[in-house]
Design a protein around this ligand. Structure first.
Ligand code: F6R
Length: 369
């Protein structure tokens, strides 16, 4: 049932183009607009929303962090993202005009469930983004947008994460469409890019051999750091989480702009640092800032592993290892930038002799608080 792969995780990583395409299927109509009929919250109700609050745990929380950039950009509705385990204990400010989005692969995560119950008690509408039909979280929500990743068996989430991102983009674009923001043209263009993105994910998968080879050379390291800016920051957090849970290594993700506020003190000779570089097109300020960050850490001895868009030559002089990803609109980059980090963590885990599908101490669905 592993379809010829050694581990479910490898199979699930390979299934990502299909999972992404399936999650888009039937949701973009031929005219290029979105039809999310399953979201049984009426357009008029969605126009009344004055705040979006996303609650989730672990990898699903990282999808939520990325969703915030998309939702705020395309809809101009303020969006908060919170760990479900923190959310209800701080008496969050919610009312009938708040839309709460609960993201969960399993649909059974207790913290996320308790957060959504709390939100509904405050009169807020809850939209679940979930991969498991008929599970508790969608059953208790006002509406659900299912991700079509198919069953995810490996404990570490991969294809579910990419489909959660797709679902988040769909919700953000749909809210933008329903509310008619000034970004109408951009929304149309991004919907087009999104409809082709599974091919880009496929292209990334075809070029992963050097990433595996690199991972094997790092098997005896103790620490790997991950840096990103903008949507690359949650990607860095996700890369670090994958490495912790699979390779049992100390891995941390930072916002690159925070380096000089502390983390740069960690940089020492030959410390591997993975840097996710935003597209040089689009928000070029971000790109230039991160290139300076790469120079700064390299000058202090870091071994730089740079993930950058094809054609971005500015990073070449500062990259000890360069991993290329296809050009995408800035906000969609996490769909292609996360894949090498999954492969990297999986290969490092294997090289260290760890059980890839069943990491120690972890359970696939966390049904206790
Ligand atoms: C990490 C991982 C976990 C889950 C988290 C939430 O690879 O799998 O961090 O993402 O436990 O689970 P769901 O999405 O089922 O609510």
């Amino acid at each position: 049932e592993k379809g010829g792969y050694d581990y479910f995780m490898l199979k699930e990583i390979a299934e990502q183009p299909r999972a992404v395409a399936d999650t888009l299927l039937g949701r973009i109509d031929p005219s290029g607009s979105l039809t999310l009929d399953e979201v049984r919250i009426s357009p008029s109700e969605l126009r009344e929303i004055d705040k979006v609050v996303i609650v989730a745990c672990g990898t699903a929380f990282h999808a939520g962090l990325i969703a915030k950039y998309a939702i705020e950009h395309w809809t101009r509705i303020p969006c908060e993202v919170e760990l479900a385990s923190e959310f209800r204990y701080r008496d969050p400010i919610l009312d009938g005009r708040s839309l709460v989005i609960a993201i969960s692969q399993s649909g059974e995560t207790m913290d996320t469930l308790m957060a959504l119950r709390h939100a509904r008690e405050q009169g807020s509408k809850v939209l679940a983004i979930c991969n498991t039909n008929g599970s508790t979280i969608p059953r208790e929500s006002d509406a659900v947008l299912y991700t079509h990743a198919g069953p995810e068996v490996a404990v570490a989430s991969t294809k579910a994460f990419l489909t959660q991102l797709v679902a988040c983009y769909l919700v953000a674009l749909y809210l933008g469409q329903v509310r008619g923001t000034k970004w109408g043209d951009e929304i149309q263009a991004v919907i087009k890019d999104l409809s082709r993105i599974s091919e880009e994910v496929e292209r990334v998968l075809e070029t992963m051999e050097p990433v595996r080879a690199l991972a094997r050379t790092l098997a005896s390291k103790n620490t790997v750091l991950f840096l990103g800016r903008h949507v690359g920051y949650p990607v860095a957090l996700e890369g670090a989480l994958k490495l912790k849970e699979l390779a049992y290594m100390h891995a941390e993700g930072f916002a690159a702009g925070e380096l000089k506020h502390g983390p740069i003190a960690l940089i020492e000779e030959d410390l591997p640092v993975v840097v996710v570089v935003p597209s040089p097109r689009g928000r070029s300020v971000l790109h230039d800032k991160i290139v300076s960050n790469i120079q700064e850490i390299r000058a202090r001895g870091a071994r730089t592993i740079v993930i950058a868009e094809e054609g971005d030559e500015t990073v070449v002089p500062y990259a000890d290892h360069l991993i290329r990803i296809p050009a995408t609109p800035t906000l969609l980059q996490p769909l292609v930038a996360t894949v090498p980090l999954q492969v990297f963590a999986c290969e490092l885990a294997t090289a260290r002799g760890n059980e890839v599908d069943q990491p120690r101490n972890l359970a696939k669905s966390v049904t206790v608080e």
